[in-house]
Design a protein around this ligand. Sequence first.
Ligand code: HEM
Length: 425
Amino acid sequence: MTGLLRLPMLSWLARRYVGGSGLLDLSNVSRLPDSVLWPLKRTGLDPVDELGRWREHQPVGRLPVPLGIRAWLVTGHEEVRSVLGSVDAFSNDFGNLAGSAGVTAQHNPGGLGFADPPVHTRLRRLLTPEFTMRRLSRLAPRITAIVAEQLDAMAATSGPVDLWQAFALPIPSLTICELLGVPYADRADFQQLSTARFDMAVDTTSSLGAMSQSVAYLLDLVGRQRKSPGDGLLGSLIREHGDAIDDLELAGLADGVLTGGLETSASMLALGSLVLMDNPATAEALRAGEAVDPFVEELLRYLTVVQVAFPRFATRDVTVGGVDIAAGDAVVCSLSGANRDGSLGTGMDRFDPGRAAGSHLAFGYGIHRCVGAELARMELRAAYPALVRRFPGMRLAGDPADLRFRDASIVYGVEALPVLLNGAG
Ligand code: HEM
């Protein structure tokens, strides 16, 4: 297997590189060797040591990518901010790979994450009003209820519970249903479809099948909402901008919200629960009502579940951290590297809920910074304290050494998280 891309990585790319224009053929891009994938590897929750060494010695360094692509890995905090903040020098447009790697311009995946201004500006302006604190506050009571429902369902089972399936996935999935305005009657099916595409245990073909079904579902939903706009994001986009956006674009935006918001928040919920089980004093502080916000920020920094940003492509010759990058070069920004940079404080490899972790890059930086950051925070701030209050004796059901983490996956995570809820047995 050495040298070949692991399934989760391929599956992630395939999910990301799907858009209005159809599926991108990744048959070439997918054959990335370990010499390229190592920045995505971890030891438990920590990036491999090599990432830290790389950041110390070459915060902007050449990554030996095959297929004729010249690529750089950026690991320093300041350098990553500089790349992500320089819209004039870097593009997110996948069409920049045209001519190399067997990718043609019509393979451009579309969607917010791969768009440059002015297309990005137009799409993002449609979405941002739906993510203001005022609009999101209407979701707060629903998120509290969704969390409580999952905890009730867990309490009603006997024996070990898989926290990934019972807690981490359903909370963001049902929250996104609320956000988009998925009708109640559709939710069980929608949840099943949306989580099946992230099922790493199945082969990529089934995951892609689930994905095209969920895109088909979203298109159908858009059609229904055109006739009778509901009060979720889709309904309000149709009411306010219905003439300016077609069905495919709307379904694409909804799919971007689902892709961007489900796996990321789910991984944070699962890995964060693991950190809480490892840090009883922190769990006790949350139970006692201590401020959850600094805990969540430090967790976002420490875990950095989105390990790298979307690839950027230099649109002109540019110097980053004293290193010359040529027009056309691809640049991979390691958010997990940047978030452990010593310039942010001391002992950044440690989880320390006492620190002020405000300047982390877990949600990215610049014009593509996560549009759902506040919604994600709302979910995390509601879920962790409720979990530790409801199940104070919760602990891992097996040997921590048996936990299976994703290998070389862009969104880092655990494949299953079996726990005993009452601490007994
Ligand atoms: C803890 C959970 C989350 C994390 C760690 C996370 C992380 C990120 C990061 C790092 C980016 C920027 C990538 C880049 O610049 O290349 C991003 C973009 C994005 N995120 Fe999130 N995200 C989370 C939750 C969400 C949620 C809940 C939603 C929506 C419901 C969402 C929707 C998006 C979208 C649409 C983009 C693209 C924005 C653009 O290109 O303008 N994310 N996210």
